[in-house]
Ligand binder design. Structure first.
Ligand code: ATP
Ligand code: MG
Length: 421
């Protein structure tokens, strides 16, 4: 669907966010009608928000397909048997489990992550060195009983994760893919508009390996503290910020500045932790059984949407980068006393749609000031205004959300101008 009349959109902008909403991203997204707050840590996506979310998913999907990812969807319901094998069924191992008792006895969990079921699943398909390497990913719902849920859609109790898992024959093959994925991540963060404020960050490898890599976006509302070297475009998470680690990484303390940040993605070596426990092995050329070397790679598209809202918005409202904006063009008709303007605006709307340009058309009968304020709040990157003034000058006025000077574009040039942007 390329066009939408704002008069038909069921959501409306509002002046105030709910009183209990403390985060900037959710306040703006609620006021602009992108999301609905159901309760703490649980939000619903509305038409405008879903469009942004789907655009982010589209960018991630393209880049992960480009490095050989095969997309699947695993069930969110978790069979305790797999998790007992890895020792992660207990609340001591994963403290954010949502679990539920089954009516007929037994219990199940809601997925916090998917290493266990996918490793078990892959063991039914992988048997020989010829079956590897393989890269499998999904956009799938995770449930986490997070203690604090005060960061709007950046930390919620139910969220979609892009989780990718790599299955390699050995450490070298694994590392090659790991670096390919790091490059894909950099492209993703650039395309969604936060490339220049997002840092590959050395972080703890947890129980799996010495280090992992986090992608941290600088942000005052972030819950992580990182030490950044802007010139080298790298950072170190506070949790591994020790003299020993800095020496190992060849980074001097004096070249780092402390910043607050939010993790938007991570890549994680898993070694053979899960393949050992869940029996994922392959036979090498000599027929010897060897555990598959694994990695996991996560990005939360919803957190990314919140992070963009948090970092790029201004005092007037949201500011969407082109690739993920809900619409490319916001067309505003300013009717005044001349009803023929409505016809002119309708014509331009039809022209944009015919040319496959995503357009939100503010055709409502409201004051000009209200239309402009709403357009600022919604944050679509390019605005086209049709009024008596522009029609008598032979076109529409075009401007950027960040208030670049408006320029008159003639009706005949408008499509080319937009496509050339
Ligand atoms: P954090 O330290 O912020 O809790 P995490 O280490 O638990 O993150 P992972 O388990 O590695 O995160 O999840 C991968 C990605 O999923 C994160 O980089 C983030 O983008 C997203 N994510 C994680 N937890 C949440 C959440 N509660 N709400 C929304 N997105 C999340
Ligand atoms: Mg977490």
């Amino acid at each position: 669907m390329h066009g939408m009349r704002q008069s038909e959109l069921f959501t409306k902008t509002r002046k105030q966010a709910p009183k209990d909403e403390v985060s900037k991203n959710a306040q703006l997204l609620i006021r602009a009608g992108f999301i609905h707050k159901e309760m703490a840590g649980a939000y619903s996506l509305l038409p405008l928000g879903l469009r942004v979310f789907n655009n982010i998913v589209g960018v991630i999907r393209e880049e992960i397909n480009a490095i050989g990812g095969q997309e699947i969807v695993l069930t969110a319901l978790q069979n305790p048997a797999h998790w007992k094998k890895s020792g992660r069924w207990s609340d001591d191992a994963i403290d954010v489990w949502f679990k539920t008792a089954l009516k007929g006895g037994g219990e199940l969990g809601l997925a916090t992550t998917h290493e266990e079921p996918l490793t078990a699943l892959m063991s039914e398909y992988v048997s020989s060195y010829k079956d590897l390497p393989k890269y499998v990913y999904q956009f799938q719902t995770k449930f986490r009983n997070e203690l604090r849920a005060k960061s709007g859609i950046m930390r919620v109790r139910e969220f979609v994760m892009k989780d990718l898992y790599s299955f390699s024959r050995n450490e070298k093959e694994f590392r090659t893919f790991y670096e390919q994925c790091a490059k894909a991540y950099e492209k993703i963060f650039r395309r969604v508009g936060i490339g220049d404020i997002t840092y590959r960050t050395f972080a703890s490898g947890g129980s799996f390996s010495k280090f992992s890599d986090e992608y941290q976006m600088l942000c005052d509302a972030g819950e992580d503290v990182i030490y950044v070297n802007k010139a080298r475009k790298l950072a170190v998470n506070k949790e591994v910020y020790t003299d020993d680690v800095l020496a190992e990484l060849g980074i001097a303390k004096a070249d780092l500045t402390e910043e607050k940040a939010i993790e938007v993605g991570n890549i994680f070596p898993l070694g053979t932790r899960f393949s050992d426990e869940l029996g994922l092995k392959y036979k090498d050329e000599g027929g010897k059984a060897i555990s598959v070397v694994m990695g996991s790679y996560g990005i939360g598209p919803g957190r990314l949407m919140g992070a963009v809202a948090e970092a790029l918005s201004d005092e007037k409202g949201l500011v969407w980068p082109k690739e993920i904006a809900p619409f490319k063009i916001h067309l505003l008709s300013i009717i005044g006393s001349d009803e023929t303007i409505r016809g002119e605006a309708d014509k331009l709307y039809e022209l944009l749609k015919e040319n496959d340009i995503d357009v939100l058309y503010d055709d409502r009968d409201v004051r000009a000031g209200e239309k402009f304020a709403d357009a600022d709040l919604i944050g679509i990157p390019t605005r086209l205004v049709i009024s008596e003034k522009t029609v008598s000058a032979g076109g529409a006025e075009m401007s950027g959300r960040k208030n670049g000077p408006a320029s008159l574009v003639s009706d005949s040039a408008v499509i080319q101008k937009i496509k050339g942007e």
